[in-house]
Design a protein around this ligand. Structure first.
Ligand code: PMP
Length: 362
């Protein structure tokens, strides 16, 4: 039995142990084929079943209505930043972007290569420590779509409310909170997420796209960068990241066994509440960096009185088996990433460590 640490890394991140064990077995042999999941053909019946079961489980867990395609592609969520405008921002057109942090900014940068970007709301003036009022966001007449980031992994903000965009398609980067709460997927024309936080390993990105939106996509773009290519070929136009898709499939089964999105949400809320309470009770030694209504359940960001103490905190936490608590290099401080598979006991262990550390160093 491996001794596992509590892994607070922001992604790649903690995966459920039973999923890892299943993946370990399948990496040696899969379905009595005398080959592993990494070696079988992506065109085989066995792999097709892995893929189709995974898609069906995603649809079931999200309660997706008919009319959506679930795709698995490579290139990370970062490639989606370019694929979205390449497919959906017509020449001479514009798209609306809500700027809530580093990842939104990267999405905006790519979109500007293809057309006009209207930043219709931002919290940049507050250093991204809060979120704009999503319900007050106005859609620019003629905008091809509205792009929003649901969870800002670096700054530790998350929205559970989305703008009402009427007939204008709503596109969302859910890389760091996909399937962590029960949301209404039918509000979105396109959702994308790198798998490596809540739903699997790095190397595969899930895209959920409404087919009527897909029908509007630009045809004159490279084949591999066209969503339609992947939708028309059930993500099998080329060799997909098969091993990563297998693990996403196992995570979907794990979520189903464990009560689905409503249970994930309740557990994520309990974990986040416990940790934020420790930060607030530990003030002024600990200081949350985000305004309370915008606090993320996935990435909990906080500061200590000095950078020296932060560095000592991170080092001593690591010695105690609490790993990956350093904040993003662009903002500093501490960040605890507590996605779906991260256990409540790990948050409790961090809270106990925080109390002891504050007593010794406060
Ligand atoms: N969007 C968000 C919200 C993210 O957190 C990340 C990665 N941390 C990305 C996009 C980029 O993902 P990738 O590394 O898969 O390109």
């Amino acid at each position: 039995m491996v001794k596992r640490v509590f892994n607070f890394n922001p992604g790649p991140a903690t995966l459920p142990l039973d999923v890892l064990e299943e993946a370990a077995k399948a990496t040696v042999e899969f379905n009595n084929l005398g080959m592993s999941i990494l070696e079988i053909s992506h065109r085989s019946k066995d792999f097709e079943k892995v893929l189709n079961d995974c898609v069906a489980d995603v649809k079931e867990l999200l309660g997706l209505p008919d009319g959506y395609s679930v795709l698995f592609v490579g290139g990370g969520a970062s490639t989606q930043f370019a694929m979205i405008p390449m497919n959906f921002l017509p020449a001479g057109g514009s798209a609306d972007y809500i700027n809530t942090g580093e990842w939104s900014k990267k999405a905006i940068k790519e979109a500007k290569l293809f057309g006009t970007v209207n930043v219709t709301a931002t919290s940049e003036d507050k250093n991204f420590s809060c979120l704009p009022d999503m319900q007050a966001v106005k859609v620019t007449p003629g905008a091809a779509y509205v792009h929003v980031t649901s969870n800002n992994t670096i700054f530790g903000t998350e929205t559970f409310v989305f703008p009402d965009t009427g007939d204008t398609p709503l596109v969302c980067d859910m890389s760091s909170d996909i399937m962590s709460w029960k949301f209404d997927a039918s509000k979105f024309a396109l959702i994308y997420a790198g798998a490596q936080k809540n739903i699997g390993p790095a190397g595969v990105t899930m895209v959920i796209v409404r087919q009527d939106f897909l029908a509007k996509a630009n045809e004159k773009i490279p084949t591999m960068l066209k969503y339609k290519t992947h939708a028309d070929n059930n993500s099998l136009y080329n060799t997909p990241p098969a091993g990563a898709i297998f693990i996403v499939g196992q995570v979907m089964k794990w979520m189903k066994r464990n009560g689905g999105l409503a249970v994930m949400e309740a557990k994520n809320k309990a974990k986040a509440d416990l940790l934020y309470a420790a930060i607030d009770d530990g003030a002024p030694f600990y200081r949350g960096t985000v305004e309370k209504p915008a606090r993320s359940r996935m990435n909990v960001t906080f500061r200590l009185p000095s950078e020296e103490l932060e560095s000592k905190f991170i080092t001593e936490a690591k010695e105690g088996g609490l790993v990956g608590l350093k904040g993003h290099r662009s903002v500093g401080g501490c960040r605890a990433s507590i996605y779906n598979a991260f256990p409540l006991e790990g948050v409790q262990a961090l809270v106990d460590f925080m109390k002891a550390f504050a007593q010794k160093n406060g």
